[in-house]
Design a protein around this ligand. Structure first.
Ligand code: NAP
Length: 573
């Protein structure tokens, strides 16, 4: 899965929003095109489509009021006008060297080649390095192969006429941009898409908060923005069906769950400024060599206190809180994808990058290294293909960009309510896949994997892992008459058991997740689109055939693009 962004979400949001609240000072842009887009995620399955039935036991604990999402935008059936809106627009995109950023850029340049320009903010020491990263990590990525075919020899010329690398860092003052560039961007950019994040669940909460105030000061001149801060599971420990509702000042999950009365009133509200202050003060009081570890611990403690499972989702929520506080009359779009996996269809199916979320489990299992996992068999893994996330994002940009109405518009691009992928069914799909197309070991032999055992207690899992490791070691006879393992055997097994337990620990909040993400707004967004737009920009999560997607699209994509064909038999490579 993706990772944890420290305070980057809240920093960037605050930064860019501040500028919008002072929009009146800049005469250069009209309000109409101003949008923010932030992405995160939502929660409980209702319908089981293709696989097991999953019943939602709890009704929503979250308000269903979504008045900000006015869907009367397209009454005449002509659609949203996605291409029309995007034509000639100038973007600033962060996170372009990442997985989702590439899918987004590819889609824009393929479907709207007459977009004006895309500034891509890249971490680099200087312009040359930024250009080098753009060419190497973005333009040369496999996902652009269709565009390469279309443009042939002019591919690089075309791409570099549209993509302008700029040196920056969303954790720094001014997003790390130099002043001249900031002014240029303030004048020229219509849409800012923030896809940058540190996607580690337990990242420390440090550094990225340091420059928050100065962001605000400098960015007030930018007038036309669109932030994308995609986050999954930002709804933290909410339970049941979770609606697409923005976080508002003072919100916290813990507060929602406290019963009304004295406890609720005495529980301190989540205040982002206070959190930043706490981090900075704590950091100063800690010795350098243990800052990183202590900040991780503090981040987790604060996240748990307010009802989030880790700092990744906690800081994503703080980003939303900042947006709510500072958005003024800027239209903000918050896209909340759940777990983003390989492309469903476009530009071709199965493209992905990095070993993310469920993929380490899939790969360890396929290689025969992981035969059991800690997971609720009837729980749901909320997955969405990357191209559907990008399509929904572009549709929402066009809809709210054209309307230009102030407000936060939340879209959960998620499957757990409309088309849940149930863990025990996923386990069956993995078993079937790896038995029909097994991994090939270093000696050229197929690895036959057993059905994955799903455990609901850590003790049972631990016991299973030990037994499995001992069996695999072939050293069972080294146990003494009392059944105790020899030190040699214990050492051999310990490593693999510890690794599996670590994975189980990190994933536990997600493999037992009690929320399900409603996506009514996202579905209605698609209803605003014309037939042709649905064909080109559709995101019909409800009708994904998981068996086909997992077996024929995602795992083959993973093996091809992430494993680079390692472990494939010669006939399937
Ligand atoms: N993948 C998922 O399952 C998933 C699900 C829901 C939401 N999301 C969200 O979607 C967004 C994109 O995810 P992804 O999977 O594409 O992530 P990714 O592949 O890890 O890419 C992250 C991108 O952010 C950039 N970045 C990180 N820190 C930065 C900084 N301080 N300044 C500038 N750029 C920085 C990285 O640049 P470098 O190359 O320089 O490191 C990279 O381009 C993130 O906001 C993520 O939280 C992801």
């Amino acid at each position: 899965m993706e990772a944890l962004c420290s305070l980057s979400s809240s920093n960037v949001s605050k930064n860019i929003l501040k500028l919008s609240s002072n929009r009146g000072r800049c005469p250069l842009k009209k309000i109409n095109n101003v949008i923010y887009c932030q992405s995160s995620s939502g929660n409980n399955a209702v319908k089981a489509s293709k696989l097991s039935a999953v019943v939602t036991e709890r009704t929503s604990t979250i308000s269903t009021d979504n008045s900000s999402n006015d869907l009367r935008f397209s009454p005449n059936g002509n659609g949203i006008g996605i291409i029309k809106f995007l034509r000639g627009k100038t973007f600033l995109i962060t996170g372009a060297t990442g997985f989702l950023g590439k899918v987004l850029i590819e889609k824009i340049l393929r479907t709207v080649p007459d977009v004006n320009k895309i500034f891509v903010l890249i971490k680099a020491d200087n312009k040359e390095v930024a250009m080098h990263r753009l060419k190497n990590e973005v333009l040369n990525a496999d996902i652009f192969k269709n565009l390469k075919q279309v443009h042939g020899k002019s591919y690089y010329t075309f791409m570099l006429s549209k993509l302008v690398p700029v040196v920056g860092n969303v954790s720094e003052t001014h997003l790390g941009l130099d002043k001249d560039l900031t002014n240029v961007i303030a004048k020229e950019v219509d849409v800012i898409v923030n896809s940058a994040a540190n996607t580690t669940f337990d990242e420390r909460q440090v550094n990225r908060s340091v420059t928050k105030k100065s962001y605000m000061k400098h960015y007030r001149e930018i007038t036309v923005c669109f932030i994308l801060l995609p986050t999954a599971y930002v709804n933290g420990q909410r339970q049941g069906r979770i609606m697409e509702k923005p976080f508002c000042s003072g919100d916290s999950i813990t507060k929602e769950t406290l019963s009304a009365g004295v406890h609720k009133n005495s529980f301190s509200s989540l205040n982002v400024e206070d959190e930043i202050k706490l981090i900075l003060e704590s950091k100063q009081a800690i010795e350098d060599n243990i800052v990183s570890q202590k900040m991780k611990e503090l981040g987790l403690e604060r996240a748990n206190k307010f009802g989030w499972q880790d700092t990744y989702v906690f800081t994503k929520a703080m980003g939303e809180l900042m947006i709510d506080k500072m958005r003024s009359d800027v239209p903000v779009v918050i896209i909340r994808p759940s777990v983003i996996e390989s492309t469903y269809r476009e530009p071709f199916s199965g493209w992905m990058e990095g070993n993310r979320m469920m993929d380490p489990i899939i790969l360890h299992y396929g290689k025969g290294q992981l035969t059991g996992f800690l997971v609720d068999p009837n729980g749901v893994l909320d997955v969405v293909p990357a191209d559907m996330v990008v399509n929904a994002t572009l549709a929402a940009i066009a809809k709210h960009g054209a309307a230009g109405k102030p407000g936060s518009n939340v879209y959960q691009v998620a499957s757990s309510v409309v088309n849940p992928l149930v863990f025990k069914d996923l386990a069956t799909l993995l078993f079937d896949h790896f038995n029909s197309s097994p991994y090939i070991d270093s000696k050229g032999r197929p690895i036959h994997v057993p059905r994955m055992k799903l455990f609901s207690s850590r003790e049972e899992l631990s016991f299973h892992l030990w037994r499995d490791a001992i069996n695999k070691s072939g050293l069972t006879d080294t146990a003494d008459p009392n059944g105790k393992l020899s030190r040699k055997l214990e050492n051999i097994c310990r490593k693999s058991v510890e690794q599996a337990k670590y994975l189980a620990h990190i994933y536990e909040p997600y493999t037992f997740y009690g929320g399900r993400f409603d996506n009514s707004n996202t579905q209605r967004l698609m209803e605003c689109m014309s037939k042709e737009e649905i064909r080109q920009f559709g995101f019909d999560v409800e009708n994904i055939d998981w068996k086909d997607y997992i077996s024929n699209v995602h795992i083959p994509g993973l093996r091809k693009h992430v494993m680079k064909g390692r472990g494939l038999s010669s006939s399937s490579s």
